[in-house]
Ligand binder design. Structure first.
Ligand code: SF4
Length: 281
């Protein structure tokens, strides 16, 4: 843990990583929130819990030793340009409306993005692209998301990461992905009754969404739908209604710098999700 530094929005001093329940904006946890220490702990703590407690438990999880070491090491060492800021250094919970009809599924937080700011897709270039697009189509109240506590708010939208801790090289192992999956499955169970559209960022997000929705009782078409930009698939559930899955190239710098993903392409997928989800509401 490193010595306290002022939060960029509130000016309150925080250690890095941030101890739970110490006043960080939107911290869902308390000092007494139970901590999952391994895969069995994740399964146990994700079972039969409501959304607020789920977010709290996710945000203190320590089940993957390699990822805990990495996220906390990055939080202490910091990037030089953020050396004066505290780093969150904990898992990133889902964020947005609990009853959102639009869900965005990403891969994992970035080491100096979400792992620093404590909010999904916040504080890195990918997030800058995504939030600007969300704002253009009316799904976010501000064009930028810079830090927890900055006044940004999603509109009828929620975001989740498939793996909740920043991984080295943005590559979680299969074991880490599977260890984290019960958090996602529980979150999908809780938010699914309201969902109409799911935007999957990249093939990893697409595959994770298919696995997660299948795990919580949705029928996935056979053969399994393939990922592509603007690809669509309908997942059916006997009681909850259908969910429209939408593929979207990840707004990584690799894709945005090369023109593989342009602003109009990103806007079009988000607009499709918005139109489909809010139709008739
Ligand atoms: S990746 Fe998921 S399961 Fe692993 S430590 Fe982070 S929150 Fe826990």
């Amino acid at each position: 843990m490193s010595s306290p530094l002022p939060h960029p929005v509130t000016g309150e001093p925080f250690d890095s990583p941030v101890p739970p329940g110490t006043g960080w904006p939107d911290d869902p946890a308390r000092p007494t929130t139970p901590v999952a220490q391994d895969a069995d702990g994740v399964l146990r703590h994700a079972a039969d819990v409501g959304l607020d407690d789920l977010s709290a438990r996710i945000s203190v999880c320590r089940a993957c030793p390699r990822l805990v070491d990495w996220r906390e090491g990055v939080a202490v060492e910091k990037r030089r340009s953020f050396a004066g800021e505290p780093y969150w250094g904990r898992p990133i919970a889902g964020w947005g409306d609990a009853d959102a009809p639009v869900l965005i599924v990403g891969l994992a937080p970035a080491a100096h993005g979400g792992n620093r700011t404590g909010r999904i897709f916040t504080g890195d270039r990918s997030g800058d692209w995504l939030f600007a697009a969300l704002h253009r189509v009316g799904l976010a109240v501000q064009a930028a998301s810079e830090h927890a506590g900055d006044g940004q708010r999603l509109v009828r939208t929620r975001m989740v990461a498939t793996v909740r801790c920043a991984p080295p090289d943005n590559k979680p192992t299969t074991t880490e992905r599977d260890t984290c999956a019960p958090w996602l499955d529980r979150e999908l169970t809780l938010v699914a009754p309201h969902l109409r559209s799911v935007v999957c960022l990249g093939s990893y997000g697409w595959a994770a969404a298919l696995r997660g929705f299948r795990a919580v009782g949705y029928a996935v078409p056979r053969p399994q739908p393939r990922f592509g930009h603007a690809a669509e698939a309908v997942l059916e559930h006997p009681d909850r209604g259908d969910v429209l899955l939408l593929g979207c190239y990840h707004p990584s710098q690799q894709n945005t710098f090369t023109g593989k993903l342009t602003e109009p392409m990103l806007d079009a997928v988000l607009q499709r999700a918005r139109d489909h989800s809010l139709e008739g509401l």
